[in-house]
Ligand binder design. Structure first.
Ligand SMILES: CC(C)(COP(=O)(O)OP(=O)(O)OC[C@H]1O[C@@H](n2cnc3c(N)ncnc32)[C@H](O)[C@@H]1OP(=O)(O)O)[C@@H](O)C(=O)NCCC(=O)NCCS
Length: 202
């Protein structure tokens, strides 16, 4: 008889784990994260994620996938609160009409400045093939759901991210409901321009 696999994804925040289990626990976890496809994502989670949580700058959440009673650390995402400026000319008129209600409209630039949660980092854990247990879409939807839960409390309908101008990455986000609204010059640690993308959640 074919075995029925029961799969479940749970998320945990680094700061909650730090408070409950201490620094050693979190450091062992972050050290077990591998991301050969994106060294800056790997470096962030291993070296900076915990400190950034402790300082309250970002909050990182990791995903544990349980399959047939065995648990694996399969990916993580990092959220932060940011302000973005969206020009009408860069998005559809329907989208601009919706987003306008959430921010400050500037007549001079025909743009709206709005506070939007940022998915600052996101990556599957390629350690020991753990990435095979979760798809990028599942991981991204878990991150979007987490934002939605915060927005159920404080309001808001959108989530945004900035990604490298790599066709496979931008296509991944477009396939999952994000639209591009701008381009940003690289900051410290970035390899090139970043494509800014936003998703209307409901
Ligand atoms: C982005 C991600 C979540 C998508 O997961 P997924 O939808 O399950 O897709 P896959 O992991 O199979 O990747 C799809 C393709 O994109 C490629 N890809 C993924 N991340 C890439 C990156 N950072 N740079 C270049 N190519 C990348 C993969 O190599 C794969 O190529 P292939 O089709 O030729 O095999 C996952 O690939 C990942 O964790 N990437 C590393 C971290 C990362 O780059 N995060 C995005 C930061 S903006």
């Amino acid at each position: 008889m074919q075995k029925i696999e029961i799969l479940r994804n749970d998320t945990f925040s680094l700061s909650e784990r730090y408070t409950s289990y201490g620094e050693e626990f979190v450091k062992n976890l972050t050290a077990s994260y591998d991301c050969p496809k994106n060294s800056s994502v790997e470096k962030f989670f291993r070296d900076n994620a915990l400190n950034s949580c402790i300082q309250g700058i970002t909050q990182s959440h990791y995903v544990v996938t349980t399959i047939d009673g065995e648990s694996f650390f399969t990916g993580f995402f990092t959220l932060a609160n940011k302000v973005v400026n969206i020009k009408r000319e860069n998005v559809s008129s329907t989208f601009f009409r919706k987003i306008k209600k959430f921010g400050y409209y500037e007549t001079l630039t025909d743009s709206v400045t709005v506070s939007v949660p940022l998915i600052a980092q996101l990556g599957k854990n390629f350690n020991k093939d753990n990435d095979k247990l979760i798809s990028g879409k599942e991981l991204l939807m878990i991150a979007c759901d987490k934002v939605r839960k915060a927005q159920d409390i404080i309001g808001g309908r959108t989530v945004f991210l900035e990604c490298e101008d790599i066709p496979k990455l931008t296509a991944f986000y477009i396939d999952n409901g994000f639209v591009s609204f701008g381009r940003r010059a690289p900051g410290e640690g970035d390899d090139g321009d970043l494509i800014q993308m936003i998703r209307y959640q409901r």
